[in-house]
Write a new protein. Sequence first.
Length: 377
Amino acid sequence: MTPISGLTKLTLLLLAVTTMMSNVAIITVIPHLKDIFKIDNIELYSRLIVTLPSCTIAFLAPFLGHFVHKVGKKKSVIFALILFTLTGTAGFYLQSIEQILISRAIFGISVAVLMIVSTSLVGDYFKGDERHKFMGIQMAFTSVGGVLFVAGGGMLSDISWHYPFLIYSIGIFLLPFVIKYISKVEIYQKINEEETVDNKVFFIYVLAFILMVIFYILPTQMPFLIMNHFHASGSLAGAIISLAFVFNGLGALSFAKLKKHFSFSTIYLIGLSIIGIGFTIIGLIDNVTYFFFTSTLMGFGGGLLMTCVTSWMLTLVSPEKRVKSSAYLTSSIFMGQFFSPILTMPLVHIFGVQKFFEIFGLFLLVVLIIILLKRKF
């Protein structure tokens, strides 16, 4: 196989950043919205600003996979980056919550295409251990981007709730990289790999959905806990969440090493155990500074899990099915993100945000212990 240039690898990394920042760049905005929009159900609407793109992605990703297959990956990415910039920055100048929600729904189309192409390209360019290693590097790279975007969004939200939306203008700056360095991608669609479609790939979609329902409790509930309950500033909340992205990258980088000793399923259970411990501790802390510790746990577990499910899927599918399989994985991931606040908000209202973290963390650990006792490593 023709060696991949460093700039092509960099372009793949930059594309992955756009999928990571799709929601997290504005998570410090949502606690401010209840003071700006005096309407019923504003707490739910504000959370939907973060997760509504996930709904669009979840339902349209399978169809967009066919679009990518017919149009081609390069043209699809160019279209997606332009749409990403136009709709992502719309919150800067829109004034009504309804208009913002509509723009976020359309924004999801661009993110879906970017994620489908980004995931399938990794499968096209790499295989085996080399793929595991690059995926770890990719997740680590996006985590660094997450640190910058969340921290920057936190500082901008303290100035005006409109400003964090400008972060999405990065999409237009990535166009030259895509135009110049993703020019021969079609060559890699016919890599000769001994991979066949496995029925287990559908099970991975379920695992991805469950992962996102659990993990997305953090960006949809954590800012409210930090800023409303502990009265932290947007900048401090952004710093705490940014730390999670640092350890998200470390978790992703550790995947390749763990894969040499453990199966995909075991690594998945390890990652969920780490998150369960983190949730429980969040429910017990009484000082905002302790969130810096829990962020390390949650970030590490999340990075490990996301790298695991994506690599697991790519290992099981053939090159010809890679775009379609990536589309369904994308759909599963964002379906979980969208349903996360819908499924958890009733419990948050009953127990309160912090008590919810404690109860859910303990429940998750109990379930994992039962699973571990019944399975063979």
